[in-house]
Design a protein around this ligand. Structure first.
Ligand SMILES: *[C@@H]1O[C@H](CO)[C@@H](O)[C@H](O)[C@H]1NC(C)=O
Ligand SMILES: *[C@@H]1O[C@H](CO)[C@@H](O)[C@H](O)[C@H]1NC(C)=O
Ligand SMILES: *[C@@H]1O[C@H](CO)[C@@H](O)[C@H](O)[C@H]1NC(C)=O
Length: 609
């Protein structure tokens, strides 16, 4: 490997995970941060780590004198010092470039620049930190109004929501934003329905690729949970949303910023499907922690590769789905510990952090990460847990004990919509994250299709499914929406039952790449269109698909076999299901064997009676 040395400004958890990735390639890392045991310094031994602030010009120059490449884990560094490095050490490369960092440090300049580059943004404007300035902005942009400090704002610090323009509200706003000491700007309130994030990586040669779009959930302006990949929840959403989010993020990085490395792009999804950029971070990001366990190369691997000009790694998911939960400190540690004293490394002993870690250790697919911080503070990022699984449903199921514990320890009632551990199938409801979708053209088909649901619920409880009505002839728009969103909702097989002309399975198959199993339904009633043909009509209709659009077809009325075939299709990606299927086959074998015994006992002549 290249014997290049990487200097990191900042020694927190992002620096720690960057250093871990670098160490896998024998790449030497030198960390600049206050204290001898900053999180990043703990995991790569080096006599060269520098004790000092990443805002201290002398220290930054000292670091530059020892490295080939400089990078940051936090953007609030001294940019002038980096510009001096550019002049004094022309052979030290800096990623992201000082100009990019300068632009991103000031959130107002960042937005103004992104807007000039044609990136989608909500309305915003610079304001004076005075009552007049704020009142004017509220008149222009409306209430509620998001007031933000232009610099040094992160994890919700430096943000204030103005809900009224009475003088007390304005005084409070000014006080909470530095009492006029800081430059401010205002953002029009964005009524988003979801927050999304996309990590983007750019190589030294300018190639840009993105990680999958993820859904992020914030609490008190701090990242709480990340769900990967971003899944549509209902069939009325635009199935191209995830791709669009990735496109918006990639375009922003391509057009707006220089330098190699990883960028975190946070976005808002509006009700009408519009995607707006919220903020961009020029470094690995909290919303990309999940990539360590869930992607073929993590954001940290790729940041190191990018800044050293090594080939970039694949950004694809290598698991069905993943979730990440941030572990925040629950209280302030009482014991005060000097961070600059020579090393006697002690770690925080926060009850909440310990509890969550223990639960994670007992959860399949969960990887707890602790950051080695000496002191806990309420709201401080102490660690995170990433959970992987074969599907979004499985990941949510696995996350549920952690969220329950969190809710209990925080003393609140557990009303988190993401942590329902009740099996919806026991109650006869569809799962919100189905792998198999059972659809039919009419509720009169339900008695015929019900055995599919029953056999899934009974023998394959780990496979989430939904049951719904979609009619090819009566709700053609719903059919198109259903088919086009199926993959983006995480559906892996569709079982479609239809009688008479039976167009449903074929029409669905023509609009989605997801495999379709058709069930010809013997619909006796005239209104169902069966016309007393005994289901043969539907069977021929489903069998005789044109070339290029196959539909697997089972026997008339045989939704049971459709469900079993669907499980076999899903099991191609989940080998553990093959053994569940073999278990099911054994129960069938036992049934036959018991009949053999009965027949032997009674004699075949008696058996039919
Ligand atoms: C960088 O350049 C300076 C002078 O231009 C030289 O003294 C130094 O050895 C170079 N460092 C590296 C790592 O090539
Ligand atoms: C199919 O199922 C329906 C409803 O249960 C029933 O009325 C009909 O006789 C069945 N037809 C065949 C061919 O099994
Ligand atoms: C499905 O087909 C098999 C074999 O013909 C039959 O035993 C079973 O009863 C059928 N199921 C239904 C629901 O028609």
């Amino acid at each position: 490997m290249p014997s290049k040395v990487v200097g990191i400004l900042g020694g927190g958890q992002l620096g720690r995970m960057l250093a871990a990735s670098a160490s896998l390639l024998n790449i030497k890392v030198i960390v600049l941060d206050v204290g001898v045991d900053a999180p990043a310094k703990q995991i790569v031994a080096s006599p060269s780590h520098i004790d000092g602030s990443f805002r201290d010009k002398e220290k930054i120059l000292e670091l530059a004198s020892q490295v080939d490449v400089l990078t940051v884990e936090i953007e609030h560094v001294d940019v002038e010092a980096l510009e001096t490095v550019q002049k004094s050490y022309p052979n030290v490369s800096i990623h992201p470039t000082p100009s990019t960092i300068r632009l991103i440090q000031d959130k107002y300049l960042q937005k103004e620049y992104l807007s000039k580059c044609g990136c989608p943004l909500g309305p915003f404007q610079a304001i004076e930190a005075t009552p007049e300035g704020i009142t004017y902005a509220a008149k222009e942009l409306g209430l509620p109004l998001m007031l933000k400090s232009r610099t040094m704002a992160y994890d919700g610090r430096g943000n204030h929501v103005l809900r009224s323009t009475d003088s007390q509200s304005i005084v409070t706003a000014i006080e909470s934003l530095g009492s006029g000491s800081r430059k401010l700007y205002a953002e029009k309130w964005v009524p988003f329905v979801k927050e999304l994030a996309v990590m983007v990586v750019r190589g030294l040669d300018g190639t840009v690729s993105s990680y999958p779009a993820v859904e992020t959930i914030h609490r008190d302006n701090i990242c709480h949970i990340v769900w990967a990949p971003f899944r549509l929840r209902n069939i009325d959403e635009d199935p191209t949303l995830p791709t669009k989010a990735e496109q918006v993020a990639k375009e922003a990085i391509k057009k707006a910023f220089e330098g190699a490395g990883v960028f975190g792009v946070e976005m808002f999804l509006l009700e009408n499907g519009e995607i707006l950029i919220n903020e961009i971070a020029p470094r690995p990001h909290n919303s990309g922690h999940y990539t360590i366990e869930a992607c073929e190369s993590s954001q940290y691997d790729n940041h190191i590769r990018a800044i050293l000009g090594l080939p970039l790694g694949s950004t694809r998911l290598k698991v069905g789905a993943a979730g990440m939960l941030n572990i925040l400190g629950s209280s302030n540690d009482v014991a005060s510990k000097s961070t600059t004293s020579s090393s006697s490394l002690t770690f925080s002993d926060d009850t909440l952090v310990n509890e969550l870690t223990h639960i994670a250790l007992r959860t399949p697919g969960a990887s707890p990460h602790l950051y080695g911080k000496g002191q806990s503070r309420k709201g401080r990022k102490m660690g995170h847990v990433t959970i992987v699984g074969s599907s979004s449903a499985e990941v949510r199921e696995r996350m549920s004990p952690l969220l329950t514990c969190l809710a209990e320890l925080e003393g609140g009632s557990q009303n988190d919509q993401h942590s329902s551990s009740i099996n919806p199938h026991l109650l006869g409801y569809s799962h919100p994250h189905p792998l198999i979708s059972i659809i039919m053209g009419s509720d009169s088909d339900l008695p015929t299709m019900l055995p599919a649901a029953q056999i899934l619920a009974k023998h394959f409880p780990s496979i989430p499914f939904e049951v719904t009505l979609v009619s090819a002839h009566r709700t053609p728009l719903r059919l198109m929406n259903f088919a086009r969103t199926a993959a983006a909702r995480g559906v892996q097989v569709i079982i479609a039952g239809a009688g008479g002309a039976a167009h449903l399975p074929g029409m669905v198959a023509s609009s989605t790449g997801v495999p379709v199993v058709g069930v010809p339904v013997d619909s006796k009633s005239v209104s169902g269109g069966g016309g007393g043909l005994g289901g043969v009509d539907a069977m021929w209709s489903i069998l005789q698909m044109p070339r290029g659009i196959p539909v697997a077809t089972v026997a008339i009325n045989n939704s049971t076999n459709a469900a079993l075939l669907a499980v076999r299709i899903v099991s191609a990606g989940q080998p553990q299901l093959v053994s569940q299927m073999e278990e099911y086959l054994r129960t069938l074998g036992k049934e036959v064997e018991s009949k053999v015994d009965v027949m032997n006992d009674l004699g075949w002549a008696q058996y039919r009676k």
